[in-house]
Design a protein around this ligand. Structure first.
Ligand code: 5GP
Ligand code: ZN
Length: 116
């Protein structure tokens, strides 16, 4: 049974696409917390960063390159943005298909963990 993001990749569930190539898909988060809240995922399913074998790690560099392209295209490259990858239970990962959140369009508060 495929996961919710695999269903978005294969079109079973609709999404608002921001970028697509043969390896990566980016789409708007259904529940945005910032003016721009985009999710970037590999089309191939991996549960989380922990499950990506070393020899397949180039997908992460590719995702970061795609994030740069999106930042330039959407115009938040100059003011900045935040990339978040939640991993596992303690990391607060709800969807078990690795994804990077791009948050942009407002000045972001510090993380909880960074607060003294
Ligand atoms: P996580 O907590 O796993 O890092 O983040 C999962 C994210 O996926 C959440 O921000 C949530 O709003 C988003 N999300 C969950 N289901 C869907 C969906 O069906 N479509 C879209 N576009 N986003 C989703
Ligand atoms: Zn999946």
């Amino acid at each position: 049974m495929s996961c919710i993001f695999c269903k978005i990749v294969n079109g079973e569930i609709p999404s608002s696409k921001v970028y697509e190539d043969d390896k990566v898909l980016a789409f708007n988060d259904i529940n945005p917390v910032t003016p721009y809240h985009i999710l970037v995922i590999p089309k191939k399913h991996y549960d989380s960063i922990i499950d990506i074998p070393e020899k397949e790690m180039e997908i992460i560099a590719h995702i970061h390159n795609v994030i740069n392209k999106i930042a330039n295209k959407e115009g938040f490259d100059k003011k900045g943005f935040r990339i978040i990858n939640n991993c596992g239970e303690d990391g607060g990962q709800e969807v078990k298909h690795i994804h990077y959140h791009i948050l942009a369009g407002k000045k972001l508060p510090l993380y909880e963990a960074e607060k003294k």
